[in-house]
Write a protein that binds this ligand. Structure first.
Ligand code: FE2
Ligand code: FE2
Length: 477
């Protein structure tokens, strides 16, 4: 008989709520291995769980958590075959009860405790950093991403981890810095945020470069899910990286295939009726693809691409409470959620020198083509404009450029419509969704098509179909 016990990383076994419940009620212990010193401890799962509800996902603790394979099998926990196992001798597994008690009383890692906001415990770490260190941190991440891009080696877990960590910290740094800036006058605030703004924009460029190489990376998706702990910042991280990947896919499709032609061919049958609803004042024959996209369907130029990506990164910095942000869910509180786009918009537009595009994305990412369930600044401005100019019409659905939206010629801003889709999909599939079980990718797609397109036209049908193709490509590789 082997003298070794196989240990499986805990994170790879707790992928479902039922697995978590089984583990909790079993009274089993997990093996904690100190990351630097290599020492091991055995602690009741429940004790760690009570201390921190997602301790096994927190990359900032000093410990890695494992479960013996035999226990995982007994409890029928899902086991990812690709995850590396660790061998440990039976002697090392022989822990005294004393040690377990000692650990139950002492919080394992101070920084692992749940924070007061739903930005997670990592937020406190960033909040404490002086501005100069936040800027340095962003610069360090940028350097790391550039190094990886220059290596020209295949995309690995190392690339994925660097992207996820950089994006998460950038989202946190921006949230902390912009909320502090809200207390200052506009000019003072712009000076205060400038260093973070510049460093973030540089980091976004480096991220884009790395993502552009590998749009469909499984490794990245895996990391994003592994590191998710149900906090807003993890949502922002996933939306930023997935939004960027989708935007790259969109550009690739528009540039290298005749996608616009194909959509045009099927337009009458597949899309005309939807866009007729949005442009009822036009003659039916005038509702064509060139009315959906102002100046026609195009790839996003590099400069705009970076602006849009920055908007994706900071889109939810105005979020406050641990509540559900989508209608029809338990925990949905419209008054509070309406605030988050306003806070984000005001902070970005008035307190920073971020490109205007980024502010508009934050302010317009729940507009839903004017459906009453949506909210945002643009619809309010548009209502006022229509009242003052009763004869004016909006003859385009979406625009890539700012002018047609600022002149009220178009109904929506293209990157905000892209973000809506990525954002809703992420909320539905969030691995640690607070109020409901996460949906599988296909379930989320079906749900969105039914609820956000067919029942009521909220998201853009053409962009949604492209997003579905993007997901299919990503999961078929
Ligand atoms: Fe939002
Ligand atoms: Fe969001």
């Amino acid at each position: 008989m082997s003298n070794e016990t196989t240990l499986i990383p805990l994170a790879s076994c707790i992928k479902t709520e039922s697995a978590l419940k089984r583990l909790l009620s079993s009274g089993e212990t997990v093996v904690c291995v100190h990351k630097q010193q290599g020492k091991t401890k055995k602690v009741a799962f429940k004790a760690l769980y009570q201390n921190n509800k997602d301790f096994w996902l927190n990359s900032h603790t000093s410990w890695d958590y494992y479960i013996p394979r035999s226990i995982a099998e007994n409890l029928q926990l899902p086991m990812d075959e690709e995850v590396p196992r660790v061998g440990i001798s039976r002697e090392m597994m022989d822990f005294s009860d004393e040690m377990v008690e000692e650990l139950e009383e002492t919080p394992l890692d101070k920084e692992g405790e749940a924070g007061t906001t739903n930005f997670g415990p990592e937020y406190e770490r960033i909040e404490k950093l002086p501005l100069s260190q936040r800027i340095d941190l962003l610069a360090t991440f940028k350097k790391r991403l550039d190094e990886l891009a220059q290596r020209k080696t295949p995309f690995t877990g190392e690339h994925a981890a660097a992207l996820v960590d950089a994006s998460r910290d950038a989202a946190l740094i921006n949230r902390a810095t912009l909320l502090e800036a809200l207390k200052l006058g506009d000019e003072e605030a712009k000076q205060f945020t400038q260093g973070v703004v510049t460093a973030t924009r540089e980091m976004v460029k480096s991220t884009t470069r790395l993502i552009n190489e590998e749009i469909f990376q499984h490794e990245l998706v895996k990391r994003l899910i592994e590191r998710s702990n149900g906090t807003v910042v993890q949502h922002m991280t996933r939306v930023f990286l997935n939004g960027l990947s989708f935007l790259s896919y969109y550009n690739e499709q528009v540039r290298s295939t005749s996608i616009a032609n194909r959509i045009r061919i099927h337009f009458g049958k597949k899309y005309h009726s939807y866009y007729r609803q949005l442009l009822p004042h036009l003659h039916p024959e005038d509702v064509v693809l060139e009315r959906v996209f102002y100046k026609g369907m195009q790839a996003v130029p590099e400069m705009d691409f970076h602006h849009f990506a920055t908007g994706f990164l900071v889109h939810d910095i105005g979020k406050a409470e641990a509540i559900e942000y989508h209608e029809g869910e338990t925990g949905y509180n419209r008054d509070i959620i309406v605030e988050h786009v306003k806070v984000g918009y005001q902070a970005i537009m008035n307190k920073t020198n971020y490109p205007r595009q980024a502010g508009l994305i934050a302010g317009y990412h729940h507009e839903y083509y004017g459906d009453p369930s949506g909210y945002g600044y643009f619809r309010e401005y548009l209502a006022q404009y229509r009242q003052a100019n009763p004869k004016a019409t909006q003859d385009y659905c979406m625009t890539y450029e700012l002018e047609p939206i600022l002149d009220y010629q178009a109904l929506a801003y293209f990157p905000a419509k892209v973000l809506e889709i990525v954002d809703i999909f992420d909320s539905l599939t969030d691995p640690l969704r607070v109020y409901r079980k996460p949906l599988e990718s296909q379930e989320a797609v079906d749900f969105m098509r039914k609820e956000f397109i067919e029942t009521k036209l909220k998201i853009d049908p053409i962009l949604f179909d492209l997003f579905v193709h993007f997901l299919e490509r990503r999961y078929s590789r």
